[in-house]
Design a protein around this ligand. Structure first.
Ligand code: DX5
Ligand code: ZN
Length: 225
């Protein structure tokens, strides 16, 4: 079953606690938390203290997407703050493997992300060591951008790698996801849809997320997805 991870980047920042409670009520699977440092991306958002403050407001898993340089400096703080998944960017550190191992040693699931211009080959050496691959379909930094189809072959390649090697890892996609682009990503093999603006603009977020969960990988019947 497809999981939906609304991004609180599109939430009302003046009442984030209520916003995550609302996501849980609407039936979200995870809460996607976009962390930006103003260096790796040209925007600054949320730090570990905000994650910690939000933790008591929901029991949903926190899917923390670190768009920060040298993420190894902060993974411990995010783990302590209550992150469940911590995803780093392959472009952001020279110690990808060490950071993945640290995330796992902290009791969290480790994710790895790649930007639209980064080839799939850049993440390939790490695929057997991660719990989640996050394929970016916009240039990270801001919500509300248009989906870049360059992510689709990467999703398909990751799907094939995980299937061929019997690895039970999630394939998440992030950026410009709506009903149409979300379906394309799931058909290619994605298992988690992160979305900000399309869900928060929706008049019935719960129904929209429910409809996304009916998407199926191409060639698979509903029993086998
Ligand atoms: C972009 C963030 C995304 C963002 C997606 O840098 O990583 O998670 O919130 O926003 P939408 O869904 O509006 O493209
Ligand atoms: Zn994100």
């Amino acid at each position: 079953m497809v999981k939906v991870a609304p991004s609180i980047l599109s939430a009302d920042f003046s009442r984030l606690g209520e916003e995550v409670q609302r996501l849980e009520k609407e039936g979200a699977d995870w809460v996607h938390v976009d962390v930006m440092d103003g260096v790796f991306v040209p925007n600054i958002t949320i730090g570990p203290s905000v994650v910690q403050a939000l933790r008591p407001h929901t029991s949903l898993p926190f899917d923390v997407h670190l768009m920060i340089t040298s993420p190894q400096r902060y993974v411990k703080q995010f783990a302590r703050a209550g992150a469940d998944y911590i995803t780093i960017h392959v472009e952001a550190t020279e110690d990808v493997r060490g950071t993945i191992d640290t995330i796992r040693s902290l009791g969290c699931r480790a994710g790895l992300s790649l930007n639209p211009e980064t080839p799939f080959s850049a993440v390939e050496p790490y695929l057997e060591h991660i719990d989640l691959l996050l394929v970016m379909t916009v240039h990270p930094g801001f919500g509300g951008q248009s989906f870049m189809p360059v992510g689709l072959p990467k999703i398909a390649a990751a799907r094939k790698y995980f299937d061929d090697n019997g690895i039970d890892a999630e394939i998440e996609v992030d950026g410009g996801i709506n009903h149409d682009t979300g379906r394309q990503c799931v058909e290619a093999g994605a298992t988690v849809l992160a979305a900000g603006s399309s869900l928060f603009k929706c008049s019935d977020m719960g129904a929209e997320m429910e409809s996304w969960r009916t998407f199926r990988r191409k060639g698979l019947s509903s029993q086998h997805s």
